[in-house]
Design a protein around this ligand. Structure first.
Ligand code: NAD
Ligand code: MG
Length: 396
């Protein structure tokens, strides 16, 4: 029986993780849950999974949550705010922490969990992208496992089982192409939020769905792969694979290429991150190659999607630059979702902020440097977006 704490339990990753726990009650048990603000769903989850400790990030919602679970006996410890989430992450006898929080908000709880000796099932890629220079040494120091739950990285990790050290030559990340893969580039300027939120293959949270439409998600995954598998950026490639059946591939030194295949369903990588190295039998729909049909591949279009190159450049710059790229992207996506900037403004503001950070890029950042870079980049995006506003006003 594995004891698990789940951060971000009300989101897409969170609810799918709980699906797995509900399917395997004799294998997994929930110790702690955290959520942002969805009291109704969190209360239901507490009722069903009976965690020992719970945190709700939005402090204003604590009282409502307390009332919603007043009849439950025994009561879990209830905490609130960012510090509450950190407390849950490091609490008790949980062996593994699933990081389903979105954004760099996952960084401090993940660090707390690592320092408490917990294994990490990493869905929250932003944590590693921003915090890689701090997270990786901590993982080593505390001797914990960092198991990828992102589908591409899980695929690579699965293919790597049994590959000897030095055997890996290249990582090939597959990308669905996102919501606008069949839209001509001229039409991207006028796309609306609702269009960008329609992902062709995966059902996910809003932020990652927009990242998929800009292909920043793939750029972020390149940096994630660099920190997880120690590969140079020159040896991490992207290929568009619209069917999302091959979840990624590795090329070995002798040119052999290994791939991992499956239906696009996040439960599989989540289950593997929780059960590794075991293979747990499931009753999920089995892959049928005839049914999945043709598998096709094409070159990513870097003109149409500049975010991939921005991510490669930030990754190669290293230091605090990936944290700046990530924070600028989070802020730009938030502004796009609020309809304050246009879709094509997203890469523009990110590029501007990354350029400005070049002279201050801290090569070996401490946690404080990463947090400061993150805060600075968000503010810079707000300033840059105001300039965009002025530009639009002056054109009018
Ligand atoms: P989501 O928006 O559906 O869920 C996010 C969860 O985090 C919610 O429970 C929310 O309440 C909580 N949360 C949000 N902001 C928070 C904050 N500031 N502090 C604490 N909690 C907060 O997102 P998601 O799609 O589940 O994605 C979660 C993470 O997993 C992201 O980093 C994403 O890139 C990664 N990921 C998701 C998928 C997927 O299929 N959804 C696939 C691969 C990777
Ligand atoms: Mg992915």
């Amino acid at each position: 029986m594995k004891a698990i704490t789940l951060l971000g339990s009300t989101g897409s990753i969170g609810t799918q993780t709980l699906d797995i726990v509900a399917q395997y009650p004799d294998r997994f048990r929930i110790v702690g849950l955290t959520a942002g603000r969805n009291v109704t769903l969190l209360a239901q989850q507490i009722r069903q999974f009976r965690p020992e400790i719970v945190a709700i990030c939005n402090e204003d919602k604590l009282q409502e949550l307390r009332e919603a679970i007043a009849d439950i006996d025994p009561q879990p410890i209830l905490l609130a705010g960012e510090t509450g989430v950190v407390e849950v992450a490091k609490y008790g006898d949980a062996q593994a922490v699933v990081t389903g929080i979105v954004g760099c908000a996952g960084l401090l709880p993940t660090i707390a969990a690592i320092e408490a000796g917990k294994e990490i099932a990493l869905a929250n890629k932003e944590t590693l992208i921003a915090g890689g220079p701090v997270v990786n040494p901590l993982v080593e120091k505390h001797g914990v496992k960092l198991l990828p739950a992102d589908s591409e990285h899980s695929a690579i990790f699965q293919c790597l089982q049994g590959v000897p050290a030095g055997g890996l030559r290249r990582i090939i990340l597959t990308a669905s192409g996102g919501a606008f893969r069949d839209l001509p580039v001229e039409k991207l300027a006028s796309v609306k939020v609702a269009d960008a939120l329609k992902h062709p293959n995966w059902s996910m949270g809003q932020k990652i769905t927009i990242d998929s439409a800009t292909l920043m998600n793939k750029g972020l995954e390149v940096i994630e792969a660099h920190y997880l598998f120690g590969m140079d950026y020159d040896d991490i490639d992207i290929v568009i694979h619209p069917q999302s059946i091959i979840h990624s591939l590795i090329e070995l030194q002798d040119t052999s290429v290994l791939a991992q295949l499956g239906w696009p369903d996040m439960r599989l990588p989540l289950l593997y991150a929780l059960s590794w190295p075991e293979r747990i039998p499931t009753s999920w729909e089995r892959l049928n190659l005839v049914k999945s049909g043709d598998l096709t591949f094409r070159e990513p279009d870097h003109q149409k999607y500049p975010c991939m190159n921005l991510a490669y450049a930030a990754g190669r710059a290293g230091g605090s630059m990936p944290a700046v790229l990530n924070a600028a992207n989070e802020q730009a996506v938030a502004l796009f979702l609020e309809e304050k900037i246009q879709f094509l403004d997203i890469p523009k503001v990110i590029e501007k902020v990354c350029d400005k950070h070049q002279k201050d890029n801290c090569q070996i950042p401490a946690l404080e440097d990463i947090l400061a870079a993150d805060k600075w980049a968000r503010q810079e995006v707000l300033t840059a977006s105001k300039e965009l506003d002025d530009r639009i006003l002056s054109v009018r």
